[in-house]
Design a protein around this ligand. Structure first.
Ligand code: GLN
Length: 504
């Protein structure tokens, strides 16, 4: 058996099933890879070596007794640090949660454990999932394996970088405005934002509750489907969880097909403001889809242009309320104010929040409390909610004409670390194409669709489907992936330089 870290999750699962390899060996190979490259990539905030190996050995014992708990039993995974993991430190990229060890598991994590997946560790992220680059992590940025001086996207850049650098075959992310899809696009990997309510939010530290959605990060569409089936489905612990069976995602990914599929190119998600190489690769992907029998039309979603504005009112409003619980009394950090003998609870809270939250978090709390304040509520939050309804109607009208919508996932390739850090609006613009799906609750996938000519960095193709039709993403995504890979003669990641391709 070759290098275990280069294999897909599907192939690892098959090899485990045939008894050709042990989960302990697979897990150790990934831990070795993490030890070798994570000093450069910084995808992980915490490596759970002992815990992962213990679970791997249990999985091996089950396999030798002829049992297995799921298709992915024994295949290791990395988990974004936004998820509560019992007994494993969870910081959400923030100093305010430093030292917190959750007493319970998020439902997604409980399902991973029940399915027998060893958890390799917790991945880096922008603080409280606010950002597009991981530069807002209190623990320093992650680096893009394609070019270590560049960002791996965000907020879940750690998860995508881990997968791209072969430190993990699979990872979990969360997507509130694009934090699974945009990191996937800029690292040449796959990321899926499921339908809102399709994967439980229980135990996910909330950013914006009406937008947040956990989902899979992987190196192939099939691997993402395998993981999505493990984590998806109704959860009584999440009141917004959809009470419907998960559609057959793996079957959809195995029967990729584009013939007769009606594909809509969204007029508003492209053109001006999108990097030239991103546009060129997108146009080529659309041509490939046409050749494969897709019926491509252009579709206008006129209200998408207000998406970013509405999102940056709704998100801070919900975040300001969700983050009120970090009060120095219940979790993590507690800072006593300087020079005060017997500080009041409010003084401790103020000192803790001042020291524990980073600039971006403070910026959004201030924006959110302002937007929700009496006298301004209707003008800001109320208005943004109306825009949200109009965006949902744009989707509904579009999906009457087409089966899926497509666009570039992000307007640019990975930018340089530091390039946009002092310009929040420039950073926010990186989510322009991903945000509408969160506002409407529809599912989306990003698949690698080439390298931009001007910088040689990966670009992503976004495919969007109607709510609860996640299987369509996998059917169309797998077909597009096969066409694209054939056009380059192999997976895009295989073309990556040094770190991803080479060093062991
Ligand atoms: N980059 C977006 C933001 O900063 C998306 C965040 C996310 O999806 N968690 O809000």
């Amino acid at each position: 058996m070759g290098d275990l870290t280069r294999m897909s999750a599907a192939d690892l699962a098959d090899a485990l099933g045939r008894g050709e390899v042990s989960s302990a060996d697979i897990t150790q190979a990934h831990l070795d890879r993490i030890a070798a490259v994570d000093g450069d990539v910084h995808a992980f905030l915490h490596v759970n070596a002992e815990g992962a190996l213990a679970v791997a050995r249990e999985s091996d014992a089950r396999r030798s007794a002829g049992e297995s708990r799921s298709a992915l039993d024994g295949v290791p995974i990395a988990v974004k640090d936004v998820m509560a993991t019992r007994g494993i430190p969870t910081t959400c990229g923030s100093r305010i949660l430093e030292g917190w060890v959750p007493p319970y598991d998020a439902t997604v994590v409980a399902r991973l454990r029940a399915a027998g997946l060893p958890i390799l560790g917790k991945t880096n992220m922008d603080e409280f999932a606010m950002g597009s680059s991981t530069e807002h992590s209190a623990w320093g940025p992650s680096h893009n394996p394609w070019d270590l001086e560049r960002i791996p996207g965000g907020s879940g850049g750690g998860s995508s970088a881990a997968v791209a650098a072969y430190e993990a075959p699979l990872a979990i992310g969360t997507d509130t405005g694009g934090s699974i899809r945009q990191p996937a696009a800029v690292t040449g990997t796959i990321g899926v934002k499921p339908t809102y309510g399709g994967v439980s939010r229980y135990g996910v530290i909330a950013l914006a509750s009406s937008l947040d959605q956990p989902g899979p990060c992987a190196r192939s569409v099939l691997d993402a489907a395998l993981l999505h089936e493990v984590i998806g489905g109704h959860d009584p612990l999440d009141s917004t969880s959809i009470d419907l069976p998960v559609p057959p995602l793996v079957e959809a990914a195995r029967s990729g097909d584009l013939s007769g599929v009606r594909v809509g190119v969204v007029t508003e998600l492209g053109g001006e403001g999108y990097q030239e190489g991103v546009r060129a690769r997108f146009d080529e992907s659309v041509e490939l889809m046409v050749k494969a029998g897709a019926d491509v039309v252009e579709v206008s979603c006129p209200h998408f242009r207000y998406g970013l504005g509405a999102y940056y009112l709704i998100l801070p409003s919900e975040a300001s309320s969700n983050l009120a619980k970090f009060d120095a009394m219940r979790y993590g950090l507690r800072v006593l104010p300087d020079g005060v003998d017997a500080p009041s609870a409010e003084q401790v809270m103020t000192a803790t929040r001042a020291a524990g939250f980073g600039d971006e978090v403070k910026r959004r709390i201030i924006l959110g409390t302002y937007a929700l304040s009496s006298g301004y509520y209707d003008a800001y939050y109320g208005q943004a909610q109306k825009v949200r309804t109009l965006i949902s109607r744009d989707f509904a009208a579009a999906f009457e004409q087409v089966d899926v919508l497509v666009s570039p996932t992000a307007p640019t390739t990975a930018f340089k670390i530091g390039e946009k850090l002092d310009d929040p609006l420039a950073m926010y613009l990186n989510d322009i194409a991903t945000i509408p799906a969160n506002l409407a609750g529809v599912p989306g996938i990003s698949i690698p669709n080439g390298l931009a000519a001007e910088d040689g960095l990966p670009t992503g193709l976004q495919i969007l489907a109607p709510a609860t039709a996640d299987d369509r993403l996998y059917r169309v995504g797998a077909a597009a992936e096969a066409l694209l890979n054939a056009s380059w003669g192999g997976p895009l990641l295989a073309q990556a330089p040094e770190l991803v391709g080479g060093r062991a």
